[in-house]
Design a protein around this ligand. Structure first.
Ligand code: SF4
Length: 928
């Protein structure tokens, strides 16, 4: 029975949670033994969820007798999630006990893609990759080692590994996810993510569905509810009636791709009705640069700036927006006035949604931030902070130097302003002969399924001349892993170490992911040197894998790699994972050593016990941080208050104090972007509206053309990561096409009827769901479902995937057809015999051509499609794709780019960051 004594509660007042002093030996009665009273005793070990990016706290219950994890709940000590989780958090137990999971390292024994693997040893894996990488480094091929990550789930560890090898080899999934929104935010402030303070807001505007999904789902959802309880109003902009929209005070469903104009119309109302925060704008916006560029003859005063700004946005009337967006003009005005009344207590967010769907989607984020800047809601209580102010990444004991090379496969010259690597174009670049890869690691990354043009991924992954050696680091089978040379089982949330922080609210925190069975054994006094000794089978954790691999790449230290893996406590000896985190917790987390000491614990033991630490609360206004005397040494202050040192602005005087300002070249919020002008996009120097590739004028309604929104998340699944959780698939196992009743009538279809959806490169066949929760003329389909496998014993999990055949029916044209749906099967988990669902959904991404935005590099997900009732030969789940046509479309989009070099012969503006940032000289195209 649980304690309900409030005096013994944990620091977060959950209704009920075991008191801390019983975490090592917590007794409860076995529910399965009822009505007998059978005691079960557990240890409570905290860790961090790994099923989405929010990094919520989890608490594992480890049975003291069997040393198995019996369940996972929320960790009340976690500052972001405060003891709460979504369905995916507790479902981690399914992932631990998954009878289909890969428990040992596997080596391919047939041709790539044949599905034939055999068990191998970690020793062999490490030697094979160490030899290959050492050879590449010795031969100066430092762009041929690539680590391609889907969900990082950690901060900084892997960047350090790649830097220690001296390679420019970090690739990510960000350009199929968030790089458009990131660019929009970064152009304003240099910080690429919003950190809204929902709990203290008076008005919240979301282009997202944070009450059910999104960055950062559970931490945000609870604070949105908190804000609403305190009287804040919520507006949701989404073509789909999401759960979040259903709880909003205002739900706007504009025509997809017009969101930027809708936001500009709100901005215009705020300007015209003088609802803006003049003092904030005058101090912090680069209005002088705006005037100098746009009206060089104008008197350089703030009043004149406002006049000119009103003139510039005169086109964005509510009436014009109403016509373009399909939203009532009065509603736009009403919402703008609400925002004006909320003033700086205006919290807002866009991440994927419209930013990820449209050509020019980065302007959606930029226009949203424009509204926030106008009302002074930047970095203040109740407003929208910069992520860089709230996210806290502590430094490790040593940092390797930046790489000296530039990898054009990651940042090609056509996309100098791309916010992240052009990851989804990698196969196209390899096909064009732009390079090859000697050693390729995919990690929690499934591009064959997740990315557009998946058949091109399949082609290059099978080509041993283009990718010589490929290891899939994954806790679960995937459509991509089946093409790898080695499939390496890595731990899930309860089986590995990582350190994470997210900008979930106005605070800084860290969360420690840890292998709970290893920690439990150590609490009992067992010796465990490496995590795999406590994990199921031979499941490793990546932290230890990279240490071991790096050590073998450079066994004698001659390459300069090994030094970064030597213990900071035992000179010349290999670092242990305890030592890596011990050093960080002792030296890089302010307040942690003191807090730990108060409890008689070492900092590492504190983190092992509580799993998270609040570094700072009530974090606001990072831009007001004063510059220190050392920073001000040899600095000059210009007439406009800009503080310059060594030819670069380092801050701004505000309130007579020198302050750091924002992370832009001007140290101000840049409404006018000189960077856009300098890099060949003078028409986009200001927040503006770019007509999307799926704009109505591009649609032929007589041909039955519609827009397909293929991006929305379900609350219960996460991309291709959650196929190993049976509970989640029992909850969500189909992804029908959302169709408005008017469109359904026009098409002559009803719910469950089959339709054929056709893009420019292929078609799929899916069911419809007729719903009024959809804007007429627009279709939607969730992107999580539609997993497939070619084999029974390799490929995606059987409770999550249909078995399919894949045939080349014409040269370059492939057809996937279902061989069998999901059905019960025999395993050590009796539940697999009780599987009742058969569907699993339809894979849509295969028929999407690549559509890279020429500025941000973001894949523009929304599709122009035709929809028709299924044809006589069509079968549910059919997918057909023409790879010749997909390459044509790649070239069409490539033609939209305006390639580097930019000023000074650079590949990319120097102030634009990169995940692994090479030396400054590498930014230059023609190097001296
Ligand atoms: S929101 Fe859900 S899936 Fe994401 S970290 Fe939190 S519990 Fe895990």
């Amino acid at each position: 029975m649980r304690s309900h004594d409030p005096e013994k509660m944990s620091v977060t007042p959950l209704e009920s949670f075991p008191p801390i002093d019983q975490w090592d030996d917590w007794m409860e009665y076995d529910a399965g033994a009822w009505p007998k009273k059978v005691e079960r005793r557990s240890m409570l070990v905290p860790t961090t969820c790994f099923n989405c990016e929010a990094a919520c706290g989890l608490m594992a219950y480890v049975d003291r007798e069997t040393l198995t994890v019996t369940r996972l709940e929320g960790n009340p000590h976690h500052p972001g999630s405060r003891g709460k989780n979504c369905a995916k958090g507790p479902a981690t137990i399914n992932q631990i006990n998954d009878p289909q999971r890969i428990l040992y390292p596997l080596k391919r024994v047939g041709p790539r893609g044949s599905g034939r693997f055999e068990r191998t040893t970690w020793d062999e894996v490490l030697d094979v990759f160490a030899t290959k990488i050492r050879q590449a480094l010795n031969e100066g091929r430092k762009t041929e080692v690539m680590y391609h990550v889907g969900r990082p789930g950690e901060d900084g560890y892997m960047l350090r590994v790649l830097q220690s090898w001296g390679v420019d080899g970090h690739n990510s999934h960000t350009n199929v996810c968030s790089s458009a929104a990131r660019l929009g935010y970064a152009l304003w402030s240099g910080s690429d993510r919003p950190s809204p303070d929902h709990a203290n807001a008076k008005f919240m505007l979301l282009l997202s569905s944070h009450l059910e999904t999104g960055h950062y789902f559970i931490p945000h959802a609870q604070r949105i509810v908190e804000g609403k309880k305190k009287g804040a109003k919520l507006c949701v902009i989404d073509v789909r009636l999401s759960n979040t929209a259903s709880r909003a005070d205002y739900w706007l469903a504009p025509w997809p791709g017009t969101e930027a104009l809708l936001l500009l119309a709100m901005a215009r109302v705020i300007l015209v009705e003088d609802l803006y925060d003049a003092a904030f704008l005058e101090q912090w916006v680069n209005w002088r640069q705006f005037l100098a560029a746009k009206c060089p003859d104008a008197e350089p005063t703030f009043d004149r700036f406002i006049v000119e700004l009103k003139k510039h946005y005169a086109f964005a009337t509510p009436e014009a927006a109403a016509k373009e967006c399909g939203v009532e003009a009065e509603t736009i005005v009403e919402i703008a006035r609400e925002i004006g009344r909320a003033g700086s207590a205006f919290a807002s967010h866009v991440w994927r949604n419209a930013a990820a769907g449209n050509l020019g989607g980065w302007q959606v984020a930029r226009c949203l931030q424009f509204v926030a800047v106008l009302v002074g809601a930047v970095g203040v209580r109740g407003g929208t902070n910069l992520h860089s102010v709230n996210k806290f990444v502590p430094a490790p004991f040593s940092i390797p130097p930046p790489p000296e090379v530039w990898n054009d496969l990651l940042y090609p010259p056509e996309y100098p302003l791309a916010h992240h690597e052009l990851s989804f174009l990698l196969p196209h670049f390899l096909e064009e002969g732009r390079g090859k890869i000697a050693a390729y690691f995919t990690r929690v990354y499934n591009p064959v399924w997740t990315n557009p043009d998946g058949m091109l991924w399949e082609r290059v992954l099978k080509d041993e001349a283009k990718i010589e050696l490929h290891a899939a680091l994954t806790p679960v089978w995937s459509e991509t892993a089946q093409y790898a040379d080695y499939v390496l089982p890595m731990g899930n949330a309860a089986e590995r170490h990582d350190l994470m922080s997210q900008e979930t609210h106005a605070a800084k925190w860290i969360s420690f992911r840890q292998p709970v069975l290893r920690v439990a054994r150590q609490r009992l006094g067992h010796d465990v040197d490496l995590t795999y000794q406590a994990n199921p089978g031979e499941v490793w954790e990546e932290n230890e894998f990279w240490i071991e691999l790096s050590w073998r790449i450079d066994p004698d230290g001659s390459l300069g790699v090994r030094a970064f893996y030597e213990s900071p406590y035992r000179a010349g000896e290999k670092i242990t994972i305890d030592e890596y985190y011990r050093w960080i917790f002792e030296n890089s987390v302010p307040g942690l050593p003191e807090e730990a000491a108060q409890q008689g614990l070492s900092p590492l033991d504190y983190m092992r016990k509580y799993g998270a630490f609040l570094v700072e609360k009530e974090v606001y206004q990072g831009h007001l941080t004063p510059l220190g005397s050392e920073q001000m040494e040899k600095a000059e202050t210009q007439a406009d208050g800009t503080i310059v040192k060594g030819g670069q602005a380092i801050g701004v005087v505000a309130g007579c104090v020198p302050r750091v300002g924002f992370e832009t070249p001007s140290r101000r919020l840049e409404i006018y972007s000189p960077t856009m002008a300098d890099w060949g996009w003078p028409e986009h120097t200001l927040p503006g509206y770019i007509e999307s590739h799926i704009h109505r004028k591009h649609l032929d309604r007589d041909r039955g053309e519609y827009v397909l929104i293929p991006t929305f998340r379900l609350p219960t699944l996460i991309h291709t990561r959650s196929a190993n959780a049976k509970w989640l698939y029992e909850l969500s196992n189909t992804n029908p096409i959302w169709v408005h009743p008017e469109d359904a009538r026009r098409l002559g279809v009803e719910t469950t009827d089959l339709v054929r959806i056709t893009t420019r490169i292929g078609h799929f066949v899916n069911k419809v769901w007729v719903t009024e929760g959809m804007r007429p003329g627009v279709l939607a389909c969730s992107h999580h479902l539609g997993r497939w496998r070619l084999f029974d014993d390799a490929g995606t999990e059987r409770w999550a995937s249909a078995k399919v055949s894949c045939d080349e029916i014409e040269p370059g044209v492939f057809r996937f057809r279902r061989v069998e749906g999901i059905k019960p099967f025999v395993s050590r988990d009796p539940d697999t015999r009780r599987i009742w669902w058969t569907d699993g959904g339809v894979h849509q991404n295969l028929i999407f051509p690549v559509q890279p935005d020429p500025v941000s590099g973001m894949h523009c997900w929304h599709q122009r499609v035709t929809i028709e009732p299924a044809r006589p030969d069509d079968q549910y789940g059919d997918v057909q794709v023409d790879t010749t046509q997909s390459i044509e479309i790649y070239r069409e989009w490539l033609d939209l780019t305006r390639p580097a070099p930019g000023p000074e012969g650079l590949r990319r503006p120097r102030w634009f960051d990169r995940v692994v940032r090479p030396v400054a000289e590498a930014y230059r195209m023609q190097r001296t």
